[in-house]
Design a protein around this ligand. Structure first.
Ligand code: ADP
Length: 212
């Protein structure tokens, strides 16, 4: 199956774009959802993270991982982030592949917000970047998450830059305009991906062998 890696900075509009693909019947596998699911209370991964960082990162109410505290710890602390990623990433990679098994579609979308940063590029055939100016990302994050401009900017600064992302892109959806503009852009790419996916999948009939 053709695997499209969908990525983009925070607030660029990835969720909106994913919904539009999903509405067209395209299977969407979301690495953020996987990252949440693998650390449910009592899971092997949650326990491994608590062993690595200490019991202070156990949420006393759920008995699971205190994800907020952990997010605070790794934000801006590269060494801690790498230690966390060393536990999470192998399982996320595994799940991203496992969830493709049995899918019956010419292509699927792997939504991986940190595709560029986490080196997951080898898991996909094409990289689709949802893009808009950074000033718009900041505005959208402020109104969606109720954070200050400084907080939104700090999150952006911790991610790959717009240029780094665009340099890796095979396809780009510009989400600078109103959300309604996305319909046509997604539809056009969808048609193209269907063609490519079907071509990749095509089972050529066995060649006629010359009679001996
Ligand atoms: P991401 O998943 O990349 O973080 P979202 O799809 O959640 O981004 O979009 C961020 C916020 O901006 C959401 O509240 C969304 O409704 C809004 N948004 C997305 N695209 C547009 C747009 N083209 N115009 C206005 N608001 C938008």
């Amino acid at each position: 199956m053709l695997r499209i890696g969908l990525t983009g900075g925070i607030g660029s509009g990835k969720s909106l774009v994913c919904d539009l693909f999903a509405r067209r019947g395209v299977p969407v596998i979301d690495s953020d959802a996987i990252a949440r699911e693998i650390v449910t209370p009592g899971s092997e991964i949650a326990e491994a993270v608590i062993r690595e960082f200490g019991e202070t990162y156990r949420d006393v109410t759920t008995g699971g991982l205190d994800r907020k505290a952990l997010r605070r710890l790794v934000f801006g602390n590269i060494r801690a982030r790498h230690r966390l990623e060393a536990i999470l990433h192998p399982r996320i990679r595994l799940e991203l592949s496992r969830r493709q098994i049995g899918l019956d579609a010419p292509y699927c979308i792997l939504s991986i917000p940190l595709l560029i940063e986490s080196g997951f590029g080898d898991l996909v055939d094409r990289i689709l970047v949802v893009d808009c100016p950074e000033s718009l990302q900041v505005q959208r994050v402020m109104s969606r998450d109720g954070v200050t401009q400084e907080e939104a900017q700090a999150i952006l600064a911790s991610q790959a830059s717009r240029e780094q992302r665009l340099a890796q892109a095979d396809d780009v959806i510009d989400n600078t305009g109103p959300p309604g503009d996305l319909e046509d852009k997604v539809e056009r790419l969808h048609r193209q991906y269907l063609v490519w996916g079907r071509t990749t999948h095509r089972k050529d009939p066995a060649p006629d062998l010359p009679e001996s």
